[in-house]
Design a protein around this ligand. Structure first.
Ligand code: PGA
Length: 252
C-alpha cells in the first residue's frame, strides 16, 4: 500500500513573517494521508517551529549535492537534515529551465539527499512542444534513467517521482486525470525496467500542475497516482487543508 502524499511547494513565496501567519491559520484535520510543506530555505526554521509538534513533516525545494565546502550561496543536504527536513524537491522544471540544471546534476542531488536519510521528490515532465511532437515519454524516460539506472533498489524505493507536465504548472490548466494516469503508469513501468517490480510498486508517483481542492480527487482516484505536488494552492492555508482533507477521504 502506498500512502497518499500531499506536498506543498511554496516556491519563492512567503517571508518568514508571512509563513508564521500561514501556520497560525493552518488547521489540517489529521488523517491517513501524508502532508508535507516545502518552504523556501529562509522559512525552514519558522516552519519547523510551527510543525514540529504537529507530526506534519517539512522539506526543502532544492539542494547542492555536496556535504560542505566552497560553494558560495548553496545549501547542503547535511544542513537540510540538520533543520529536520524529511524531503527535498530535486529537478523541479523551473530549476531545469531557468537555472539550466541537467539530468546528471539532478541525479547527483537525488543521491545526496538519500545519503543524508531524506527522501527526494524527483520532478519529471515534458514541455508543450515535446508533448505536441510526441516526445513526452522519451523525455521522461531520460529524466528517470539518469536517476534510477545506478541507484541501489532499497534507495530507489524511497524516491518520490512527481510528474509535472510543464505546460500545466501555474497555468490553471491541469492535465486530464486520465492522461496523467497514462504517464504515471509509464513512469512505473520504466522504473520497473530500471530496477524491479517490487521497487516500482513501492515508489510513490505524484501529479503536479494546477492542482486545487476542486480537482484533487480526480487525480487521486487514478491507480498509479499516489498524491500531488501543489504550488499556488499550497500558499493558502485553508485551501491546502481542504486538499488534504479530500485526500484523506480517499485514503480512508
Ligand atoms: P502549481 O505548481 O500547483 O502552481 O501549478 C506546481 C509545481 O510547480 O510544483
Amino acid at each position: 500500500m502506498r500512502r497518499i502524499l500531499i506536498a506543498g511547494n511554496w516556491k519563492m513565496n512567503h517571508t518568514a513573517a508571512e509563513a508564521g501567519e500561514f501556520f497560525k491559520a493552518f488547521r489540517p484535520a489529521p488523517g491517513a494521508a501524508e502532508l508535507i510543506i516545502c518552504p523556501p530555505f529562509t522559512d525552514i526554521p519558522v516552519t519547523r517551529f510551527f510543525l514540529e509538534k504537529s507530526g506534519v513533516p517539512w522539506g526543502a525545494q532544492n539542494v547542492y549535492p555536496e556535504e560542505k565546502g566552497a560553494y558560495t550561496g548553496e545549501i547542503s543536504p547535511k544542513m537540510l537534515a540538520d533543520l529536520g527536513c524529511s524531503y527535498v524537491i530535486c529537478g523541479h522544471s523551473e530549476r531545469r529551465q531557468i537555472l539550466g540544471e541537467s539530468d546528471a546534476f539532478v541525479a547527483q542531488k537525488v543521491k545526496a539527499v538519500l545519503a543524508f536519510g531524506m527522501q527526494p521528490i524527483l520532478c519529471v515532465g515534458e514541455t508543450l512542444i515535446e508533448r505536441e511532437n510526441g516526445q513526452a515519454e522519451a523525455r521522461i524516460r531520460e529524466e528517470l534513467c539518469a536517476v534510477f539506472q545506478d541507484l541501489p533498489k532499497d534507495k530507489a524505493a524511497k524516491v518520490v517521482v512527481a510528474y509535472e507536465p510543464i505546460w500545466a504548472i501555474g497555468s490553471g490548466q491541469a492535465a486530464e486525470a486520465g492522461d496523467a494516469e497514462k504517464v504515471a503508469f509509464y513512469i512505473r513501468q520504466t522504473i520497473r525496467a530500471l530496477a524491479d517490480k517490487h521497487t516500482a510498486d513501492q515508489v510513490r508517483i505524484l501529479y503536479g500542475g494546477s492542482v486545487q481542492s476542486d480537482n484533487i480527487i480526480e487525480f487521486l482516484k487514478e491507480k498509479n497516482i499516489d498524491g500531488a505536488l501543489i504550488g499556488g494552492a499550497s500558499l493558502k492555508s485553508k485551501e491546502l487543508a481542504e486538499i488534504y482533507s479530500k485526500a484523506n477521504s480517499i485514503s480512508s
